[in-house]
Every structure is written in structure tokens, then in C-alpha cells.
Design a protein around this ligand. Sequence first.
Ligand SMILES: [Ca+2]
Ligand SMILES: [Ca+2]
Length: 273
Amino acid sequence: MFRSTLAATATTAGLLAGIAHADTTLVVPEGSSAGVNVTLSIETFLGPDEDTDSGTVNIDESQMTVDPNPGSEPFTSMLITEHVIYTSGGDLSFCFYPIFGSCSLTLAVDVDQLDVTLTNDLNVSVDGSGNWAAASANYDLVMTLSYDGGALIGSGTAEATAAASISVSGNVDLDNGVLQVTQLELETIDIQIDPNTLPDGLDALQVVVETDFTDVVYSGSLNPCDLDGDGAVGGADLTILLGQWGSCCTGDLDGNGLVDGADLTILLSCWTA
Ligand SMILES: [Ca+2]
Ligand SMILES: [Ca+2]
């Protein structure tokens, strides 16, 4: 599925004067997954019913941009300027109107897309153990489901967009120059699917999504020169910068929109390997 390219956010401003205070972009490793616990509430001519199923979704190109203050532990606060979670691939099954142990309606659901995007900057306090929390964070949600409800309601795709104000918390830790955000917990998300996108047999569909990000790690380097995020600045970072020569992105350390000799000079000045 196409996902828009996310702009890199390295800025020169804090680069040489104070690398530690530059925004740091943390990414989730490819192949990461998250648990979801989904409750569907439906309304058909048989009346209302609900069922819950749990599954696993793939985490796609998700990232978080943060500025911890101070730039070395112990952090006392952290500004989160970007947080996106892109997921896909959940495979769930719901049983409605059970009679003598069999389902009158079985709904097979694939979560084709569940995108969760922070829409306001979050300034959170960090305690001595690295834990942080925000009671109310604004997220935009985009969800599309493919479903197959057999002869009763047929199959199709339903979609929803919503804005939610939910609590979020996590842990931030610095280890050998690599910054990690883990133990992410998002409050349960309620999504009302637009009835106009539902088939005739289905009068209403509400989705409640609980997420489990226990195994998801957002990781990046506090040092903007450390392009591969391994905590050191060396040959691997040079290779990345040279690979972007004449174009854009993470190797553009002075933020002028182009990777060139000026960025190479900066990289060599922060060489640690
Ligand atoms: Ca590196
Ligand atoms: Ca540049």
C-alpha cells in the first residue's frame, strides 16, 4: 500500500551549536508488529450484537520525532512533534447471533489500513525512570476494513476517518547515543464507521480498537550525523550520505535541500568511528 514519504526533519540550527537538542527522528524497524483487540458492534435486521477478536497487524513506515530536554539523561521533559503509526494486515473473525453454538453471521475482517497521526505537539514530563505520559493527545485516525459477511450482508470495504483525543504514554531511554521510545500505550480508540459505506444488510458498525505496542520500538540517534542510527558516526553513515549525493533527505545535514560537500564536511566533523 502506498504511504506518503515522510519528510526528514534534521535541522542545522542546533547541529554544530548543540547536536543534542536537535529534533531526533525515531523509526520502527521493518517487520515490526502490534497486537490489536477489536470489538465490533453491529446492527442488522436481527438486532444489535457485538463480538471481540484479537490479532496482529504489521507496523509499516511509522515514526516519531522528539526533542528530549536536556539532551542527555536524565531527561526531564520531551517535546514530541510528530508521531505516526501506520498499520495493515490484521486478520480477524467475528461471530454474531450465535444459536446453539453456531454463528448466524460470521464476519471475516481484514484491517487494510489503520493510520494514527498525532495532530498537535506534545510536551510531556519524563520521570527519573524515563516514563512519560500525556492525558490528552489529539490523533487523526484513518481506518479501512475489508469484510466478508457471507450471504447475509455480502462483502465489501468500509472506511472511517475520525479525530480522537486520547491518552498516550511510554518510556524514553538513551543507550550508547541511540534514543528509544518503548512501552507505548494508546488509550482505546472508538471509531464509528460511516453508514453510507456499509452494505444494505448492515445498518450500523462501530469499531473499538485496543492496541498492544509492547513489542514496538521507536529508535534513532541523538546525533544527526549518525544516519543509520547505530550510535556512532562512521563509514556506514558516509555510505548513506554519498548514496543521497545531489538529492535530499537524511544526509542533508545543513538543511539546504541538497546533499553535497557542505554536508560531507559536517559529517566528517562529527566522525566518531
Ligand atoms: Ca552510524
Ligand atoms: Ca545540504
